[in-house]
Ligand binder design. Sequence first.
Ligand code: ADE
Length: 222
Amino acid sequence: MKIDILTIFPEMFEGFLNTSIIKRAIENKKIEVNLVDFREFSKDKHKKVDDYQFGGGGGMVLMPEPIYLAVESLISKDSKVILMTPQGKTYNQKKAVELKEEKHLIIICGHYEGFDERILDIVDIEISIGDYILTGGEVASMVIVDSVARLIPGVISEESIKSETFNDNLLDYPVYTKPKNFRGKVVPEVLYSGHHENVKKWRDEQRVLKTKEKRPDLLEKS
Ligand code: ADE
C-alpha cells in the first residue's frame, strides 16, 4: 500500500516512521509512506498556505489551491483521499480493516483554525479520531497509518490479529507471563494446565466478562 501524507510539518513524522514495526513495514516494502509538504505547491512568493477567513473571526484558514495542486499531482483511479478533521466520522477498528484493502491513500492533515470548505470537494472520506480537538491532523494521521499498517499481511503475526480486542466487538482476554506468583497475585491455573480446550473456553468467557465490565456498549453490538 502506498500512503501519501500531505502536511506542512513533515518533521513531526520522523520518530514515527523510523521506529519499530512501522520502520520494518517500510523497509520490507509492505507500505510506502511519502511525506508531501503542500507548502511547496503554494504559488505565493512567501509560500503562504493560509489566510484570514471571509466574514471575520479569529484564526487562519488553509487555502484550497496548495492542497488541490498537491492532491492533483498524486491522485490516480486507485486513490482514496482522506481528510483528518474533528468533523469527520469517528475512526474505529472496522474502518481500519476497510482501509487496509486500499491500494493508495492520500491523507490530508489540516492545521490552524481549519480549512477552506471547498477542500471537501476533493475528499473521499473525512475521519476524526475522537471527539476532541488536536492542534492539527498530523497525530491523527499517524493513528490511521499505524492501525492500518499492522493489519497488512506480514507486518505483524497473523496470530496477534486473529485474537485481539474489537474482533467480534469483544475486548481481548487477559494475558499473563512469568512469574506465576507476583506479590501474591497468581496466574489462573487453567493457563498452565496444558489443556488447550479449557484454555480456549476460559479465554472466551473472559472476553465476555471483561467487555461487560469495561465496555458494555460493545456487548450490545456483538
Ligand atoms: N484534527 C484536529 N482534531 C482532530 C481529530 N480529533 N481527529 C482528526 N483530525 C483532527
